[in-house]
Design a protein around this ligand. Sequence first.
Ligand code: F6P
Length: 325
Amino acid sequence: MSISKIAVFTSGGDSPGMNAALRAVVRSAIYYNLEVLGIYRGLEGLIEGDFVALDERSVARIINRGGTIIKSARSEEFRSYEGRKKAYQQLIDHKVDALIGIGGDGTFTGLHIFQEEFSFPVLGLPGTIDNDIFGTDYTIGFDTASNTAMEAIDKIRDTATSHNRLFFIEVMGRDAGFIALRCAIASGAKAVMLPETHMEPSELLNHIKKGAKQRKTSNIVIVSEGNKNGNASELAALIKELEPSYDTKVTVLGHIQRGGSPSAYDRLLASRLGVAGVEALLAGKQDIMVGIKNEKIAFTPLNKAIKEHHHLCDELLHVIDILSI
Ligand code: F6P
C-alpha cells in the first residue's frame, strides 16, 4: 500500500527529546513528499480527531525544547474496542495512511492491538525516561533524565558532606532501575536500591557502616521509585530505627527528571529514530518499534518490544559493587 499522509503523536509520560523526534518525523515525511498531521494529547486526541497539519516550519526551534509541543496523555478510552474504533474512523476521515506513536510500552501495546484489529500501519519510537523498553539500548529522554538526576545528586552531596548526613534520594523509574543505576555510578553513591535486585535494610546498614569506619563523611543512597522493599522515606525510617545516631534526610527528585532541554545524545537519538521511522514505513515495514542497538538502527516487532524485558547491564551492577566500597 502506498503512503501519502501520516499522523504522529506523543503519548504516556513525556520525555526530553520528544520534540526532537517529532521534528525528525515531520521533516523526513516532508522530505519524502508526504503530508503530516500532528495529533494533540496522544491517543485521547486521536479518538477526538484533535489534529493539526504540520509543515517543516511548524517544528522549527523545538529540537532544544523539553516536553512535547503536541502534548501527551494516557488514554483510558483507547483501552476499549469502542475507543479504538473511533480512532480508526478519525484516521480514515482524515485520509491518514500510517500512524507513528512516540511513547513507552503502554503506547506500544495500544498501537499493536490497533494494528491487529484494523490492519492499520503503525510504528513506534521509544520515548520514555525509564529506558525500560526491549529492543533498544536507549530510549529518548533517558540520557537527559539521568543527567538531571546526577546534577541534583551532586548538589545534595555538597550539603550532605558539610553536615555528615546520610541522604536517601529517590529517582524515577516506575518498574525499572535504569536511571537509578546510572546516576548512582555517575554520582559516586554509596548504594543503590533497585527493583531488579534485592538488598535487605540490615545489609544496607552494614554496607553504610563499613563506609563510616573508613572515615567516610557523607553517604548517598539512591533509591529507585520501583524498589520492592521500600521507597526512600520508608528505607530512611528503617535505617534510622536500626541506627538512631544517623542524621538521615530524604529527597524525592520527582518530575524535575522529566523536564529540561534534551542532551546532545537524546537530540541525536530522536533525530535518527525519526528519520529511520519514516523511511521504514515507506519501505513497507509496520507494527514495529525503531530503536538503537550497539549504536545502529534496530527494528523490533511491537509485540516483542512489549512482551520481552529490557535487563539492566550486569557489568554496571558489577561496577557499582566494586566502586561503592
Ligand atoms: O514512565 C515515566 C515516568 O516518569 C515513571 O518514571 C514514573 O513512575 C511515571 O512516569 C510518573 O507518571 P506521572 O507523571 O503520570 O505521575
